[in-house]
Design a protein around this ligand. Structure first.
Ligand code: ADP
Length: 600
């Protein structure tokens, strides 16, 4: 029904209503007419029977059955009906429709419906099929005094019911003809109505198409009644509102475009299939493409696997991700990727090349100065050592000066060495050559070098690191981390204190902890002690030969080995002291056997 045309649906609906409205009363009238006609026929049959009985009584008596049959035949012909006389036993003795000679061969009529009914009540009527005359007849029968003087007889009259049928079929024919006419008129009317309604509906459709296509001008559907005029007004209002909304959206889009286009940061939208959907001018500059980037994967546009990996992470469900990437020609970007609600990703690139360049200049400067200082310092230290140890005539005050020079030269050498180490860590991150290293054994051998100082301060080591503890690390870098942390722990531990070394192995990483019972670090300093030259007590640090670079080296070293470092002071469950923790990725012993040795 849904796919049918409007006019067909209208016609079908009309027909359904008409069928219900005409057929039901039609059937009712037909049935009433039929029963009325039959009732009338029955009454007529009885009157007919009375008349024939009266005629028969006027002619009686008959001398024989043959005379009776002759009278029945002539009366039947004249009246146009069948007249039969039947004995109570059912034998037919006269019949107007059967020659007298054949009467004796006729069936016994005792069980005929009208005869049985006439025996029970007088007179009786029945309508049934006559096997003798092979047609539907209306019978009337009654018991009468024998016109031949013998026993009582049954007089039966019959004539065809065709008159009733004819009238009914006439009625049916007229009814059907009327129905056909009504349907034809209905069809024409529904076509007319459909045409009348379709025209404005087409106008409405065209109007809506025009609005969808951006034509917001006012138009009216004319000559179609009040409703369609109201509809036109509503459509015009809707068109106005859509136009306003479109203008607001376009305005916002233009503003957004202007902002995006003039941003120094590169902005790019990735659709849910991982292809570039939109990007601003800065981003096109970074990727060295413009419109040609649209539809490409980030890898194809940027020729950088890290950008593609970041995009994949977001598309796989991560809400945000950031990292620093380097591109050709010394370009560095801080990349920030975030999930957008409809399933794609937003990527923003901040150009940090200038910052990186300045950092490099600073690093190079520090490295150059350190290098330049190293030789004169070694020379100063050598001469001072020689002067102190040699056989020179230097008085006590001179020796005191020399020893101060020696101490400061040593301190400067430490600073220069630490600065060179930091530069090395920043320039060549050792995570490129991480290998499985057994950390517990390395801790033991590092501790051994501090044993004399620890003994001097009667410091006890509670070593809870149980071999083997395999981690991904760079041997000399990890050794440096242990050395700096043990150095600080020993330095800041009180006389007779305990240093505890422990580890906690997770599924992917192992956390190392070196705890002391020293003065601890106030919360305000805890983040800052990992900065270069940051010392809480400068004098104490200098006096003990500290450079203020030890923890900064640890931070860079651990980061270069893909780990983290942090401090808790006081350690959980303690009132004093501090614990330095760092994490490294867990490795398996089996990997150590196959891993190539670090050439460094
Ligand atoms: P330093 O050469 O001065 O030890 P570090 O970078 O190793 O330099 O440490 C920075 C500062 O952190 C130190 O000057 C000191 O104030 C503080 N610090 C480091 N380790 C400890 C510790 N175990 N207990 C208390 N303070 C510490």
């Amino acid at each position: 029904m849904k796919n049918l045309k409007f006019r067909t649906r209208l016609f079908v609906s009309f027909c359904a209503v008409l069928l219900l409205a005409i057929l039901l009363p039609g059937f009712y009238v037909y049935n009433t007419l039929e029963s009325e006609l039959l009732k009338e026929s029955r009454e007529k049959a009885l009157r007919h029977l009375d008349f024939i009985e009266w005629m028969l009584a006027g002619e009686a008596p008959f001398e024989s059955n043959a005379a009776l049959d002759r009278w029945a035949t002539s009366a039947g012909e004249k009246l146009g009906s069948r007249i039969t006389l039947i004995t109570p036993g059912g034998a037919v003795i006269a019949d107007s429709s059967v020659p007298y000679k054949e009467i004796r061969y006729m069936e016994n009529h005792a069980d005929r419906e009208e005869i049985r009914s006439a025996k029970a009540r007088d007179p009786a009527v029945s309508i049934r099929y006559s096997s003798t005359l092979k047609q539907e007849l209306i019978y009337a029968a009654r018991k009468i005094n024998s016109p031949t003087g013998s026993d009582d007889l049954y007089l039966r009259t019959a004539y065809p019911v065709s008159s009733v049928e004819n009238r009914l079929s006439n009625y049916t024919e007229n009814f059907l003809a009327g129905l056909a006419l009504i349907f034809a008129l209905t069809f024409l009317f529904s076509v007319y109505l459909a045409r009348k309604f379709e025209a404005p509906v087409h106008q409405v459709i065209n109007r809506l198409k025009a609005i969808a296509g951006g034509d917001f001008s006012h138009q009216y559907i004319l000559d179609s009644g009040r409703e369609f005029y109201d509809l036109s007004m509503t459509l015009n209002e809707t068109a106005d509102r859509i136009r306003e909304q479109m203008e607001v959206i376009s305005e916002q889009n233009r503003e957004m475009e202007t902002i995006l286009e003039n941003m120094r940061e590169g902005v790019m939208l990735i659709d849910r299939t991982g292809r570039i959907k939109a990007l601003n001018r800065s981003m096109a500059g970074i990727a060295e493409c413009h419109l040609s980037c649209i539809g490409k994967r980030p890898l194809e546009a940027f020729l950088n696997s890290e950008v593609q990996a970041a995009c994949n992470k977001i598309l796989q469900g991560r809400s945000e991700y950031s990292l620093t990437i380097s591109m050709e020609q010394e370009r560095y970007y801080e990349m920030y990727a975030a999930k957008i609600p409809d399933g794609g990703a937003l990527m923003v690139f901040y150009d940090i090349s200038e910052r990186k360049r300045l950092e490099k200049i600073r690093r190079d400067f520090v490295a150059n100065v350190s290098h330049e200082l190293k030789t004169p310092l070694t020379s100063i230290k050598g001469y001072v050592d020689t002067l102190i140890a040699g056989d020179f005539s230097i008085n006590a005050q001179g020796l005191a000066f020399l020893s101060t020079i020696q101490k400061n030269a040593a301190q400067m050498t430490n600073i220069v060495n630490d600065l060179l180490e930091l530069t090395r860590l920043e320039e060549k991150p050792p995570h490129l050559s991480l290998q499985p290293v057994e950390a517990a054994r390395m801790f033991d051998s590092t501790w051994e070098t501090f044993q004399p100082i620890a003994d001097e301060k009667q410091i006890r080591l509670d070593n809870r690191l149980t071999s083997p503890l395999w981690v991904y690390a760079h041997e000399s870098t990890l050794s440096r981390v242990f050395r700096n942390l043990i150095d600080n722990a020993v330095q800041y531990s009180p006389q007779g204190g305990t240093i505890t070394a422990s580890s906690e192995a997770g599924n992917v990483e192992i956390i190392f902890a070196i705890q002391d019972e020293g003065p601890g670090i106030a919360p305000a300093h805890q983040d800052r002690i990992f900065e270069r030259f940051y010392r809480i007590d400068k004098e104490r640090s200098r006096a003990s030969g500290g450079t203020g670079l030890g923890l900064s080296i640890c931070k860079h070293a651990v980061a270069a080995m893909a780990g983290r470092i942090w401090v808790k002071s006081p350690p959980p469950g303690q009132t004093r002291g501090s614990v330095f923790c760092f994490s490294l990725s867990r490795a398996e012993a089996s990997e150590a056997i196959t891993a190539p040795t670090d050439p460094e």
